[in-house]
Design a protein around this ligand. Structure first.
Ligand code: CTP
Length: 218
């Protein structure tokens, strides 16, 4: 298969030297890319700024902002059999980017933010993607309910849900534990393990679910 994977955080500029971002390390997305390559798939990895080396054999597209990630996904999605959106995309960006460095000459400073492009939400509706679509959901409460809702709203085939309120898993950690939410309310718990091992299991399940079953021989 040909897979597109998004990974890492995005950076949304405030002025020439500052940005809004988040704690995503990109480890989960890079582990997924590595596991997919190991399984023999071709991988396009669209990555925000991270300090990880790209897995050997990957087609790496480096981006900074949510808008750049949106455009890169739009360019590379057609022709892919599956897409896994593991990036922690900023939901908002500064409405205006200051041309010069903002000076601290007031006691308070208010930044106006505007919504970024919803990349996962655009895969079906704007990009017309018909392959196997996997989104991530990071939640602190009602994990499965929110993930099932996201599955339907964004027309996904799978949501990988992780509880970011638990210490030691998820964001910026070496380990993760996730619940896979599938259509029809089906869910599968993938217990706590290294992101490398978890990535292998996710790729195996995605490969199985995304590959049409071969016609039965007579
Ligand atoms: N995502 C994306 N583009 C965005 C934001 C998120 O593609 N601008 C993708 C992430 O890569 C991840 C999933 O969407 O796969 C996470 O969804 P989230 O932002 O939590 O979705 P919402 O349903 O908008 O939820 P919330 O209201 O909790 O932010």
């Amino acid at each position: 298969m040909r897979l597109l994977i998004t990974a890492g955080p995005t950076r949304e500029p405030i002025d020439p030297v500052r940005f809004l971002s988040n704690r995503s390390s990109g480890k989960m997305g890079y582990a997924l890319a590595e596991a997919a390559l190991e399984a023999g798939h071709a991988v396009v990895l669209i990555s925000g700024p991270v300090s990880l080396p790209p897995p050997a054999g990957v087609t790496l597209v480096r981006v900074e902002t949510a808008r750049q990630m949106f455009e890169a996904v739009e360019t590379h999605l057609s022709g892919c059999d599956a897409a896994i959106f593991s990036a922690a995309v900023a939901d908002y960006r500064p409405a205006q980017v200051a041309a010069e460095k903002i000076k601290k000459n007031t006691d308070t400073l208010t930044l106006e933010l505007e919504r970024t492009e919803d990349i996962l939400g655009s895969a079906r509706s704007k990009f017309g993607f018909r392959g196997f679509l996997v989104g991530f959901a990071a939640e602190t409460q009602n994990l499965v309910e929110h993930a099932q809702d996201k599955l339907e709203r964004k027309q996904c085939d799978m949501i990988v849900a992780n509880d970011v309120s638990q210490a030691g898993i998820g964001f910026d950690s070496a380990e993760n534990e996730v619940t896979l939410c599938l259509p029809g309310g089906r869910k599968i718990l993938v217990p706590r393990q290294s992101k490398t091992a978890l990535a292998r299991e996710l790729i195996a399940r995605i490969t199985q679910l995304a590959t049409p079953t071969a016609p039965k021989s007579k």
